[in-house]
Design a protein around this ligand. Sequence first.
Ligand SMILES: [Zn+2]
Length: 462
Amino acid sequence: MEVFSKLLQSRYSSGYIAYHPNTSELDISHLMFADDVMIFFDGMSSSLHGINETLDDFAGWSGLHMNKEKTELFMAGLSLNESASIACYGFPIGSFPIRYLGLPLMSRKLRINEYAPLVEKISKSFTTWSIESLCSRFLWSGTIDMCNKAKVAWSTVCLPKAEGGLGLRRCIDWNRVLNLRLIWLLFSSSGSLWVAWHKHHNHNDVSNFWMQSESNSQSWTWRSLLRLRPLAGKFLRCTLAAPRSERALALHIFLSTIALPLDPLKCDSYHWYVKDQNCHGFSAAKTWEIVRPREAEKSWSASVWFKGATPRNAFTMWIATLDRLPVRSRLVAWGLQVSPVCVLCSSQPESRDHLMLSCHFSSTIWREVMARIDPSQPDFSSWTGLLTWTCGNSNNSPSMLRKLVTQAVVNGIWKQRNNLLHNSVSVTPLCIFRDLDRHIINTINARRSRRDFENLMSHWLR
Ligand SMILES: [Zn+2]
């Protein structure tokens, strides 16, 4: 297709084919997306003749023939004679609007009612829910049709893992970053077609970008960009090629005796800076790092998220560490009419620490685990105590093994608690330990080529 592009462009520049009036200044002969090509021309039969020839030449060289059935000719502003003379080339005549990639395509700006089918379709599938609340539903219930109560606020979910979140990005922050990229494109000499089109049709020079005021005649997108100016100003820096006035020059001389950049042929250049570092272009990831909300890093994140963890276990561990498991003491605190006692032992109030650490059901499992890897470790009295232990290292129980086992125990207890509560399935702690034992062996086996898993099997199977 590259060849076809070059071929077509050369016919336009040598005048065999004439540009569409709105695209001549910018030399836009055609746009391509995947297998589709849109060719713009002045509507004259001589131009269509040239286009036809180009297509034939290309087919002769490449064997790729245009499918006339799937091709349409769209005309606007032609006289009857003119349209008759291009109609004889035999292309099916199309009429606007058509749908392209699901969106209506039009020769002018779309009116609100022309968006209606699209808006209706979107609102049918989303009703009043935003994309993020759909993501949240999916995270907590595995489907978008059910609404389980979110265990962790979406703003926390969207923090990086080190700061206590799941490492997702909020749409609103990411969208801001991508809009900042558009501002960057305006200033950088990236050759963006959007920038060229904008500058040409809106008579917008970048020099007045910072000064112009918002008005209703501007497009919605442009106004959103204008609103981002204060933020963009933190990142964008300009290197002046030459001083702007006599006074500026005098100031330069006054301030410094070193040689000034006085080459008047050089253009000003713009750079995108993040934390005083030139990005040499635009970096969405680095910009997002600055734009996103942040929290202090959590010392526990390494006990929850590490390479080699089992995702489901890590997820349960994450919620447990945030103390967001819907244990009964929490449900009671929300005002729900449920019994506060532990599902597993029916004797103590069910808090996270009781359920996971001090319940006799759970302590039986922990004792089996400790007998294998750290016999001197007393029962855990707090969640912090457990987390501290997972970070510790000894010859017989490296931190990696401790973290792996801890997550498996926490998930195993939580699963059994729910199984008993919802399905009335009762299993002994020793059964849970046997499952856990097999799970740990399989996990270590599957990752045995990794260095940090190298000796784990011998430590676990002592
Ligand atoms: Zn209990």
